[in-house]
Design a protein around this ligand. Structure first.
Ligand SMILES: [Fe+2]
Length: 289
């Protein structure tokens, strides 16, 4: 049976790629997503793909550097997730073949909706979030198109438009693509611009690329699966941010990268040409040294 009911496919089709939307799904009882299976997965994936931190009473605008440790190993955090006030992220879980199949099988159902709009689906990646009751994920954005599937417990995501240039300045996004943090500063006046979307098991959210959001779990342990992809359009926009960063360093004030359906091809071509030259020269310098 399909993971997405027909109505979810219709909602997704109407929203993609620029608008967030509530969806339903049939993944809730999937054996790979039970907490015991996830604890075993955390034992076998690369240690660098595990993140965890204390997550209750966090300010919405906390920086990545200030996010507090919970003093436990990631494995002890998962074992005590009911009571330890924490958040665990398993990244790149498609490194495990069973989760890779899940990622590709589920997203293939939406290929007919996605590829006519944004082209070939590229760089498919799966993440899993395990959270204690009342955990907060502070305001941030992600560089991928994302569907968040709620598997256990409930969550509220407050979602903001990607194009809001006060919430995320051009400079902030440029610094992000240059390796900077993704958690955003929070101002109380932003609250009214967000849209709250509540999800329980069997429900999910399509989160547009670069759209800021913060997330809160409620009174139970929460498990969510996040399946993401990129498009050539999104790589062009990323290149435009990198080129703008260079231009700004030269004292120029570049025009902002454009949002869908407009493209960023010219800036992408320029950025790729410059970085190719740089790589060639740094390769030569290394050979000459
Ligand atoms: Fe996120």
């Amino acid at each position: 049976m399909a993971v997405f009911p027909e109505q979810a496919v219709q909602s997704f089709r109407a929203a993609y790629p620029s608008t967030g939307t509530h969806l339903t799904h049939r993944l809730t009882n999937h054996p790979l997503l039970e907490i015991e299976a996830l604890a075993r997965l955390a034992e076998r994936i690369r240690p660098e793909d595990l993140e965890h931190n204390a997550a209750t009473d966090l300010p919405l605008g906390i920086s990545n550097a200030e996010t507090p440790s919970n003093g436990l190993s990631v494995h002890d955090t998962i074992a005590s997730i009911q009571n330890c006030g924490s958040w665990v992220l398993l990244k790149q879980v498609q490194q495990d073949p069973a989760y890779r199949d899940l990622l590709h099988d589920v997203l293939s159902e939406l290929k007919p909706e996605i590829e006519p709009v944004t082209g070939e689906m590229l760089k498919l990646v799966a993440f899993i979030f395990i959270s204690s009751p009342n955990a907060v994920t502070p305001l941030h954005f992600d560089p991928e198109y994302n569907i968040l599937f709620q598997i256990r417990g409930t969550k509220t995501m407050t979602l903001f438009p990607a194009e809001d240039s006060e919430l995320v300045t051009q400079r902030f996004r440029e610094q992000y693509y240059d390796g900077g943090p993704r958690n955003l500063p929070w101002r109380e006046e932003f609250a009214a611009r967000g849209r709250e979307i509540h999800i329980k098991p069997g429900e999910g959210i399509y989160v547009p690329i670069l759209a800021p959001h913060w997330v809160k779990t409620h009174g139970e342990v929460s498990v969510s699966l996040s399946l993401t992809w990129r498009s050539e359009w999104s790589f062009h926009q990323e290149d435009a941010h990198r080129l703008n960063s260079r231009l700004r360093r030269l004292g120029l004030k570049p025009s902002p990268p454009r949002f869908f359906p407009q493209g960023n091809l010219a800036k992408s071509v320029a950025q790729r040409a410059i970085s190719k030259v740089e790589r060639t020269w740094s390769g030569r310098a290394a050979t000459d040294a």
